[in-house]
Ligand binder design. Sequence first.
Ligand SMILES: *Cc1c(COP(=O)(O)O)cnc(C)c1O
Length: 422
Amino acid sequence: MSQPRHPALSAADPELAALVGAEERLQADTLRLIPSENYVSAAVLEAGGTVLQNKYSEGYAGRRYYEGQQVIDQVERLAVGRAKAVFGAEHANVQPYSGSPANLAVYLAFAEPGDTVMGMALPMGGHLTHGWGVSATGKWFRGVQYGVRADTGVTDLDEVRDLARRERPKVIFCGGTAVPRVIDFPAFAEIAREVGAVLVADIAHIAGLVAGGAHPSPVGHADVVSTTTHKTLRGPRGAILMAREEHAKAVDKAVFPGLQGGPHNQTTAAIAVALHEAAQPSFREYAHGVVANARALAEALLARGFDLVSGGTDNHLILMDLTGKDVPGKVAAKALDRAGIVVNYNTVPFDPRKPFDPSGLRIGTPSLTSRGLGTAHMPVVAEWIDRGVTAARAGDEETLAKIRAEVADLMAAHPAPGLPMA
Ligand SMILES: *Cc1c(COP(=O)(O)O)cnc(C)c1O
């Protein structure tokens, strides 16, 4: 028998090791189109599984509440320095546990409970943490929300300005989770300046594109930049807050001691590795490849008669409106999953259906680009989606099984970083 991939884990806890192995298999064999997911490198995986996780280090480098920080301080300084270099930021904090706590720290830094805050509405493509009602950010603050125009599917900045003038928010968020078009950071900055609001650019989804020069950067426009590290940036699950120097203290104080205790040092290390990778020329190729693939996939889907919100994409993400295909998003998503194509069902702007059973599918190209698929593959991907959606409507399980086999063949020819070969 060959050596198990995780020998200590397999010996100590075969039950859990088997589950890890099954997930590795699933990620290797399927076409993963969820735009917020990716494949991290083996180096990032290794850094995240080190003894750095044994260390408590509340505070910041040089100012800790625990001793024994000779090494951890260097790890965190490395990550901070790389974040500043990759994004050109004046200040970076790499401690937020994930994107949601990072955003919560921003509220803590710049608003008081009950203050008015502004962001894009969740069903329009915004994130829960941008003041949506079910989120703490919508319960503890007065969230006012902008959307997109019904005719264009794109945010109308005149409407954003009108809303900001009327509501006078303390904090304005731009960015979102289902925004297929370029975010106009200078325009948002002008609006925020006019009403005296702090502008937060939440680039969780597009950070890798920004780092790789495939999307304009908010640095220099936004007061604070919030990002996760695990989406297009291709790092571990975590987050970074960046800010102008004038806001550095407020951001740091909000993350610790305001919101969190000890940072996850193994994650900090893996973030440092991911940022090192993001500084390489090959990462620029990846970032531009993600966008080229998304554009090619959008074109191929349009050619097959699919309706795309905003008519296409400028980034890594495509929002498909299945209303005209007469199949609910959830039914299509579950059928595609059986066909080895992993997507998520999503609301489309002005969706007549319910959020838990909406009309859309949200897809994206980061993961397939990380596996080396290129624009020449996108017509095939579009064909699988088309056949899969048609099969979903017809309840045609045979076709779904056939697609699954075809997908597995292509995936076997494009091994994923950090995963077992076929
Ligand atoms: C993913 C995401 C977040 C939240 O990140 P988590 O790590 O899931 O907490 C916040 N904002 C935006 C725009 C996101 O896409």
